[in-house]
Write a protein that binds this ligand. Structure first.
Ligand code: BTN
Length: 312
């Protein structure tokens, strides 16, 4: 759109979008209602002067340079959970790469059936619908992949030093700022679809973090001491996610594993591991080529874990 000092003529828009000039004008009025500042000059056309710092389908899709991710994007002010909406959309046949975002979730879901606090306008509450050609045992690799994407984006946009606590909690200064919830529908050893939910505490102030969570949860704003643009951060995540996902599908999990281990929390250290059946001390070694956690117990036995929690 930037050929003519950033102006684009009404005729050009009308030709490209295959709509009338009146319809173009009406769209501009809609964008203005959405908070965009638009200059319209005769014989030059339209130019966007500034975009609003709020999340909407427009603000996220404007300038989003992805091939397939987020081309169908649904933004809601309030939902129970973006996961539920994404499941509904999946069942309606919506395509791979569909994205659901909400300003607020009133029934946000965390891993292990825990609630996920998702206050209005303070974070990124987003679910991505994927239709990967993978077998169900590979689904956890997508979760690890998403964790590396978030760590890389936080590094690109700040001086922060994120770490990933297996499988997919993103910590900054030893406090959790983000979590990932992967839900899958599979049949006959083939994934039908995956709903990958990303929750990021972005602009909460210290007072916004509830009582007993204070010593283990934080936000990007608290840790970086600056406000983040939520729409811009979502765009960066979608770009980075698409790039990493395409690489994973064409080249396999190895690169993701290496990046994951670069950010791995307490790798090489003694931790307490907890499963449904027991709790024990072990040294974290890294992750296996299939994404399982590799640990060494105190007798020196190496173990491969698919479902466990690393205690704080
Ligand atoms: C966790 O660490 O327990 C995972 C948290 C995942 C939260 C996100 S927010 C967007 C999506 N919708 C939900 O209800 N949950 C996920």
């Amino acid at each position: 759109m930037d050929k003519n000092d950033g102006y684009v003529s009404g005729q050009q828009l009308s030709d490209q979008l295959e709509i009338s000039r009146t319809a173009v004008w009406k769209h501009m009025k809609e964008l203005e209602k959405d908070g965009y500042k638009i200059e319209a000059i005769q014989r030059k056309g339209y130019r966007i002067i500034s975009s609003p710092d709020k999340v909407s389908e427009n603000t996220v899709q404007w300038g989003l340079n992805t091939d397939w991710l987020g081309h169908q994007l649904y933004h809601y002010k309030e939902v129970a959970s973006t996961q539920d909406i994404a499941h509904q959309l999946a069942k309606q046949g919506k395509p791979h790469g569909t994205v659901v975002i909400a300003d607020e979730q009133v029934k946000g879901k965390g891993r292990m059936s825990r609630p996920w606090h998702s206050p209005k306008g303070k974070g990124i509450w987003m679910s991505i619908l994927l239709r990967p050609d993978l077998v169900p045992v590979q689904a956890p690799q997508l979760t690890l992949l998403a964790a590396t994407v978030l760590a890389e984006v936080f590094i690109q946009k700040s001086e922060l030093k994120p770490q990933i606590k297996w499988p997919n909690d993103i910590l900054i200064n030893h406090k959790k700022v983000s979590g990932i919830l992967t839900e899958m529908q599979a049949e006959h050893d083939q994934i039908q679809y995956v709903v990958l939910g990303i929750g990021i505490n972005v602009n909460q102030a210290a007072d916004d973090i509830q009582g007993d969570l204070r010593h283990k949860a934080s936000s990007l704003r608290i840790e970086s001491e600056e406000e983040w643009s939520i729409a811009e951060t979502i765009q960066c995540i979608l770009h980075q996610f698409e790039k990493t996902y395409d690489q994973f599908m064409s080249q396999g999990f190895k690169k993701v594993k290496n990046v994951w281990e670069k950010y791995g929390y307490k790798i090489g250290e003694q931790v307490t591991i907890k499963t449904m059946k027991r709790e024990w001390q072990a040294e974290l070694i890294g992750i296996e080529p299939d994404g399982a956690l590799k640990a060494r117990d105190q007798k020196g036995n190496e173990e491969k874990l698919y479902s466990a929690e690393i205690m704080w």
